[in-house]
Ligand binder design. Structure first.
Ligand code: PAF
Length: 281
């Protein structure tokens, strides 16, 4: 990579924990479009898993990942060992304050500190010009963006749209854990977000009413247990009780033992503009 940098080539980095799916590959395609070289990292980062999380059983299949990465056009695949990343005596951590207080930050203490630490290390090793993250992990992306700005890392953070299955389920490496019934039930996540979106489009501003409607829908599936449903402002990720500006409607659920997340960004002003435009036409 040093040579590529010396040759003045721009580098796009796609950090992953492997078990690649179409969501990751869409990031590679964007990295290739915007840069001369696409680098992908595959590292299941122990630092971002809590004691009750799924670190031990997190899906790993390097051969499969290597093939998918090659077919997607990844130029450099970086798959360090745990010892290379965290040698004995390792003692430096990166933490962004504030943005991690809500959503997944409240249910997974320490998670984002693990994410920012590994991402800062990957940025230090690869020295990319741009780095690519998915909107599904919207809080992660916002925190990484803030870290990059606050630490003057000079890396452009690109946040790419969620890639969904036909029934709307957001692609995730963890979907592999779901049984057939759980997989069917999982479509309720996207359905509940679509319900929320329609309510906002119809003028509903009361966050509590929207969350209630989503809860009612999700509770129809006994295999799905709600971790949180939250409506936060898009910039600071603080909960709102009334929707006035751009918001994120985000949720995390357990389906059996599998924790899945999803979200939708809504801008009521854009909805109004579209409506008035439609009326004029
Ligand atoms: O989103 C992920 O897969 C991980 O959190 C990341 C960004 C690769 C850091 O381990």
């Amino acid at each position: 990579m040093k040579i590529m940098r010396k040759e003045g080539k721009s580098i796009g980095l796609v950090p992953t924990m492997g078990y690649l799916h179409e969501g990751h590959l869409s990031l590679v395609r964007a990295a290739k479009k915007h840069n001369d070289v696409a680098v992908m990292s595959v590292f299941v980062n122990p630092l971002q898993f809590g004691p009750n999380d799924d670190l031990a059983k997190y899906p790993r299949d390097f051969k499969r990942d290597e093939e998918k990465a090659r077919l997607a056009g990844v130029d450099v695949l970086f798959y360090p060992s745990e010892k290379e990343i965290y040698p004995s005596g390792y003692s430096t951590y990166v933490e962004v304050k504030g943005l991690g207080d809500t959503l997944c930050g409240s249910s997974r203490p320490g998670h984002f500190k693990g994410v920012t630490t590994i991402v800062a290390k990957l940025f230090g090793i690869v020295k990319p010009d741009m780095a690519y993250f998915g909107q599904k992990d919207v809080q992660q992306a916002a925190i990484i963006k803030k870290m990059t700005e606050d630490l003057n890392m000079g890396i452009e953070i690109k946040i790419m749209p969620i890639v969904r299955e036909k029934d709307g389920l957001a692609m995730s490496s963890r979907n592999i854990y779901l049984s057939e019934t759980e997989r069917k039930d999982a479509s309720i996540l996207h359905q509940s977000l679509s319900t929320a979106e329609s309510m906002v489009n119809q003028g509903e501003k009361d966050a509590r009413k929207i969350i209630k409607a989503m809860e009612l829908l999700i509770r129809q599936k006994p295999s799905v247990k709600i971790d949180y449903i939250s409506i936060v402002d898009k910039r600071f990720l603080k909960e709102v009780s009334s929707i006035s500006g751009e918001v994120l409607i985000a949720l995390a659920v357990f389906i059996g033992k599998t924790r899945l997340i999803d979200n939708i960004a809504i801008d009521p002003a854009a909805v109004k503009t579209e409506k008035s435009f439609a009326r004029k036409a």
